[in-house]
Design a protein around this ligand. Structure first.
Ligand SMILES: [Zn+2]
Length: 270
């Protein structure tokens, strides 16, 4: 049994919603097109800390590389801690760029130490998790910090184990049913959301429960931007023909060249 299975409520993650990559790309395209096109400087800029070239931000150093004015600010009713597994690269995270959007967002790398208190609620479909709508007004008022776990499905076990050992009474919340708009279908389930999607829906549900009238669309700013970048770069390369097919082909070519390199290495060893 994988360590995470001790904690997760598996009921919600049945493989009932298989979908092709192409269909998923179309869903994503539809979803992201509801938000305005993002216009950010397209050239790569040298990060002052690591000296590497990046577009918009360097997540390795946490540096924003474009004018701050171009980035929207999001006001959050409750602070957010993103607990990020250090085996996963910052650059791959959908959630970490949120720190450029709000000063209330803090990022910590696991397994570094973290401190929770009775006002901290972890967003995860833990077997003890409650839906936000199930919380009493008193419980809702008690929330001062949300924690989002940011890592692959495989790494969640280690983080949950640490939380449970350190805080056996830790309170968890879970989301209602959503489907991800991450543009590549992930083999687990459409219900496995990207971390930034989970954060977005969490604040939506919280605000609904608290009667706060606020829009959190800008939390998805960099998520949309990444999707836009992918679409733009492929379109530039291949025109408007079947983008998805081209992405697949490109992936296959990369995979093939990696395999070829491996074979060559083996061959040299002989
Ligand atoms: Zn850097």
């Amino acid at each position: 049994m994988h360590i995470r299975d001790k904690y997760i409520d598996r009921q919600n993650y049945k493989e009932s919603d298989q979908i092709s990559n192409e269909e998923q790309y179309k869903r994503a395209n539809e979803f992201f097109s509801q938000f305005p096109k993002i216009d950010l400087q397209a050239e790569k800029v040298r990060c002052p800390k690591c000296n590497l070239l990046h577009k918009v931000y360097c997540l390795k150093c946490g540096e924003l590389l474009v004018n701050k004015e171009l980035i929207p600010k999001v006001e959050l009713p409750v602070n957010l801690l993103i607990l990020h597994h250090n085996k996963e690269k910052h650059q791959k995270s959908s959630a970490i760029p949120a720190k450029f959007l709000s000063d209330q967002v803090e990022v910590k790398d696991f397994p570094n130490e973290f401190e929770f208190d009775e006002h901290t609620y972890v967003l995860y479909p833990h077997q003890n998790a409650k839906y936000i709508k199930e919380l009493s007004q008193e419980e809702l008022q008690n929330i001062k910090k949300f924690v989002a776990i940011d890592c692959t499905w495989h790494q969640t076990g280690a983080i949950l184990e640490k939380i449970s050992n350190k805080y056996p009474q830790q309170k968890f919340i879970k989301l209602e049913d959503y489907q991800t708009y991450f543009w590549r279908y992930q083999h687990h389930s459409l219900k496995c959301l990207a971390t930034i999607e989970a954060i977005y829906y969490c604040y939506q549900e919280y605000s609904k429960a608290m009667n706060i009238n606020q829009n959190y669309n800008n939390l998805l700013f960099f998520y949309k931007y990444t999707f836009q970048q992918i679409t733009d770069s492929v379109q530039q390369e291949v025109g408007n023909s079947n983008i998805y097919q081209k992405i697949e082909q490109k992936k296959q070519r990369i995979l093939q060249s990696k395999q070829d390199a491996k074979k060559e290495k083996l061959f040299k060893k002989l």
